[in-house]
Structures are given as C-alpha cells and as structure tokens.
Design a protein around this ligand. Sequence first.
Ligand SMILES: Cc1cc2nc3c(=O)[nH]c(=O)nc-3n(C[C@H](O)[C@H](O)[C@H](O)COP(=O)(O)O)c2cc1C
Length: 148
Amino acid sequence: MSPVPAVTAFKQAVEQSDGLLFVSPEYNRSIPGALKNAIDWGSRPWGQNSFARKPTGIIGASVGAIGTAVMQSSMRSVLSFLDAPQLNAPEAYITFKPEIYGEDGSVKDPSTEKFLRHYMDEYAAFVERVLSATLPGHMGDSDPDTMH
Ligand SMILES: Cc1cc2nc3c(=O)[nH]c(=O)nc-3n(C[C@H](O)[C@H](O)[C@H](O)COP(=O)(O)O)c2cc1C
C-alpha cells in the first residue's frame, strides 16, 4: 500500500534538504507527539528511511529551567537509530523568556542573539562537513534482516 500524499510530500522535502534543524518544545519530558509522529512516518517503509545520513541539529525552548534537555536527549536516541548525524556541540537549551523576543520572532537580547548566531554558524559548518564526507550506497539501508 502506498503512503498518503502528505507522507510522500514530507519524505521528499526531507530527502531534498541539505540538513534538518529541529526546533521544538518538550512535552512531558519527551518529544511532542506531532513531531514524533512526523519522524516515524518519515522513517518508513523500512529501507526508505528519509532521515538516513541527513545532518541534524536540535534546538529547544521552554519556560522551564531545563530548557527541553530531556526532549533533546530522546531526540538524540531516535536520530541515532535513524542513522542521522547530529551536531553534538554546541547544545541549545533555551529558557524561553517572552521579553527577549519581538512580536515578529526577532531576538532582542544581545547575548541570546550572539549564542544563537554561534549555534547557526556551527550548524552550517557541520552540515558542510557531513555532506562533503557522505558516500553514496549504504548497503544496510534496504535489508530487512538488518532491523533489530
Ligand atoms: C502536554 C504538554 C506537556 C508539556 N510538557 C513539558 C515538559 O515536559 N517540559 C517543559 O519544559 N515544558 C512542557 N510543556 C510546556 C511547553 O514547553 C510549552 O507549551 C511550549 O513552550 C509551547 O509550545 P506549544 O505551543 O507547542 O505547546 C508542556 C506542554 C504541554 C501542552
């Protein structure tokens, strides 16, 4: 059975991207259901995992003090299983304070802006490194016997 058009479109968008930057809240110390659902659809059918070898970064913002650290830990576990290289450092655990952001989403606090610019510079360099190092032909991809 072929997937519904929304799934096909989502998988194509993922596959055509140079990298994926996940920016997410934390729900009940884990990945919000809608995001996990999208990742799960994008990872199947087995052997057609759209996230394989795709460079990824994770940023989370929360009003809570831990700044989505537990959600990000869960994400790292999922992305590892999906063979998606991840930017390990810097990490971006953002405590969301409304006064720091303008209505248009711009960042008004200089130190937060500096931190986020640094993160994006590192992320861009990471994407370049992964794309320049990735070899075609990952034999295990479509072999059901490799699934555990
Ligand atoms: C079901 C639910 C669970 C949540 N769990 C957490 C949590 O574990 N840690 C946290 O810091 N914030 C938690 N929050 C607060 C979200 O981080 C906050 O709602 C988010 O910043 C706003 O994003 P949203 O509009 O997508 O809900 C939770 C919110 C909801 C609705």
